[in-house]
Design a protein around this ligand. Structure first.
Ligand code: SF4
Length: 403
């Protein structure tokens, strides 16, 4: 049977493809691209209809992180001219969250830079969640504070958090190339802690750090095995002033292939197009909606996205609809798994500085020669850093949030 027919049939049954089939998706040609999108679209519609879940980022604490994640504009030694500020007060965070919810967001993602929270930080986030829920009791709250210590996930759960984000970012084999201050195993441990406490696990990846196709497939299968309920797919935003500033490897076509591979491996999981959507998918963003069922509304942690109303226009124009507060995101059988979190013990999430992680350089691709040649033609080596728009509005500024 043809590859795409096989992947579609498996996806419609909720079955995971083989590793070889996942790799073959990444090796498809531009001539096959619309067929790949159509096949992934059938799987997406089987489990998520035409709904698009909107998520809204609130950066509670920006910059000045002691960790050295190469992809991150907030890392130790970053020269990126991002906003830097310490913890927002609960009412400030609630004001930003309110703008996102008013713009159509169903989930608010509360993120703070740093290796991990202190117990005092958990208190701060507890107060912040209470302030947000006072204005909107129904809003979903996802927290992203880095590596968790014992009992912190349980405290967040008791305080009303629905989910915890901690991205694996890249494969175990290459993790040490992108970060030296913590390990892949540390990230897995935090995802498992969150899941074990009954929090829904949000854990994803960053593409475009120079990784191989094998690395991408490895991390996506690892996320599936960890039981991540939502998989954010970040496309590297190469901030000037970070070690990966020159890593411009992605084309819109490559991004769509990556999204399709993630969808086939996670047919019934929320797949979210995350940081770098505007920068790398560009005019092909609407095609991404045929594969992913979730996006961030408005701005990212340290960079600006397109205007919130442009996100809404794009969803409507492409024939999709914003998922309402009363609608379940995951199919029923996945919701049951999420609710049973502590008995499953397989979920994971990772640091969510909204953009991914990991660097890389130099991993050779094992794609067929034709695909490799195509990849080369897709990989401009010059810097495009003037295209990266540092966030100057919303949380931490006097200007209104983009939502
Ligand atoms: S990804 Fe998180 S832990 Fe890593 S440098 Fe950025 S804020 Fe710090």
């Amino acid at each position: 049977m043809d590859l795409l027919d096989t992947l579609t049939d498996k996806g419609l049954r909720g079955e995971v493809p083989t590793r070889e089939e996942a790799l073959a998706v990444l090796a498809t040609t531009d001539d096959e691209l619309l067929d790949v999108v159509a096949a992934a679209g059938k799987v997406r519609r089987r489990w998520f209809g035409r709904r698009v879940k909107l998520n809204y980022l609130v950066n509670l604490k920006s910059g000045l992180c002691p960790e050295d994640c190469s992809y991150c504009s907030q890392r130790l030694g970053s020269k990126a001219e991002i906003l830097k500020y310490t913890w927002l007060k609960p009412d400030q965070a609630a004001e930003a969250a309110k703008a996102g919810v008013a713009g159509g967001a169903k989930r608010v993602c509360l993120v703070a830079s740093g290796r991990g929270p202190t117990d005092r930080d958990i208190d701060r986030v507890t107060d912040t969640m209470a302030a947000i829920r006072e204005a909107d009791p129904a809003v979903e709250l996802c927290v992203c504070l880095g590596l968790l210590s014992d009992n912190q996930a349980e405290r967040l759960k008791a305080a009303g958090a629905d989910a915890y984000n901690h991205n694996l970012n890249t494969s175990e084999a290459t993790y040490g190339d992108i970060t030296t201050t913590h390990t892949y195993a540390d990230r897995v441990d935090t995802v498992q802690k969150a899941h074990g406490a009954g929090l829904s696990a949000c854990s994803g990846l960053i593409a475009g750090m120079g990784e191989s196709d094998e690395d991408l497939v490895d991390v996506v299968f690892a996320l599936r095995e960890l039981g991540s309920d939502s998989v954010p797919v970040n496309f590297l935003i190469p901030f000037e002033g970070t070690p990966l500033a020159q890593e411009w490897h992605l084309s819109p076509q490559r991004c769509l292939r990556i999204l399709a591979m993630v969808r086939f491996v996670n047919p019934d999981t929320e797949v979210r197009i995350a940081g770098g959507r505007e920068l790398h998918l560009r005019t092909l963003q609407p095609l991404g909606l045929h594969i992913a069922n979730s996006i961030f509304l408005g701005d990212y942690l340290t960079s600006e996205g397109q205007a919130g109303h442009a996100d809404l226009d794009m969803i409507r124009d492409a024939g999709f609809e914003v998922e309402g507060a009363g609608e379940a995101t995951l199919p029923r059988h996945r919701s049951d798994v999420a609710a049973a979190g502590s008995s499953c013990g397989t979920a994971a999430s990772a640091c969510g500085s909204g953009g991914g992680c990991g660097p890389c350089g130099g991993h050779s691709s094992e794609a067929p020669a034709e695909a490799a040649a195509e990849a080369l033609s897709e990989a401009p080596s010059e810097s495009h850093s003037d295209q990266v728009k540092v966030r100057r509005r919303g949380a931490g500024t006097e200007l209104a949030p983009n939502a």
